[in-house]
Design a binder for this molecule. Structure first.
Ligand SMILES: [Ca+2]
Ligand SMILES: [Ca+2]
Length: 206
């Protein structure tokens, strides 16, 4: 008995000692034992590693965001859909991308990765799909008054959702195939019929 009791007391004493030691380390007390220092430094290293991984992930995400096609979107003249050049200042018309002429200083509007497989290789915001899905036009050709799709779906289609004829246009049913529901006012009273109703010659004023 005399031998057992001290053993129990000894275990209790050891347990209390361990508990107390763990609690101290849990509270991040200044390390005073080599084992405690190792574990604490391990925790600090793990946190540092996590911070490093998070920083790298953030940098990669930021890089991908900057390279994302959507970041090329800009509003060109007359609020038409444009393509932002690498200088982040020059905004060219969507239809100037992959037209065989370098409009951006660095020629990034004519790169193979952009123009190699039209229209799939183009960012989606540059493309407008006509009613006939085999045809497409550049986004800035939607609602520009001209029949670019050939079936006027870029001017009168529900997906085009164009506003009424602008101030520089006259609303009528055009004679010519190139127009859809408006003709340019500059063609009014020019002695040539452009509207089926002749309203461009008798009512409209340039
Ligand atoms: Ca071009
Ligand atoms: Ca058009």
């Amino acid at each position: 008995m005399n031998k057992t009791h001290p053993q129990i007391n000894g275990n209790v004493a050891t347990f209390e000692s361990t508990k107390s030691f763990s609690e101290e380390r849990g509270r991040c007390q200044p390390c005073c034992a080599p084992a405690g220092c190792t574990r604490r430094h391990g925790c600090i290293s793990a946190v540092a590693l996590l911070v490093l991984v998070a920083a790298v992930a953030l940098a990669v995400a930021l890089g991908l965001l900057l390279r994302a096609p959507a970041s090329r979107f800009c509003a060109a003249s007359n609020n038409r859909t444009g393509f932002l050049c690498d200088d982040r200042a020059t905004c060219i018309l969507a239809s100037q991308v992959c037209d065989g002429v370098g409009h951006c200083t660095g020629g990034e509007d004519e790169l193979e990765e952009l123009c190699g497989d039209l229209p799939r290789s183009l960012p989606g915001f540059l493309v407008f799909r006509c009613s006939d899905p085999t045809y497409w036009v550049y986004a800035d050709q939607r609602c520009n008054g001209m029949n670019d799709c050939g079936d006027c779906s870029d001017e009168m289609g529900s997906s085009a959702a164009c506003p009424q004829c602008g101030l520089e246009w006259w609303s009528c049913s055009p004679v010519h195939y190139e127009y859809c529901s408006c003709v340019p006012r500059r063609l009014c009273r020019d002695g040539v019929q452009h509207c089926l109703s002749w309203s461009d010659e008798f009512i409209c004023r340039p």
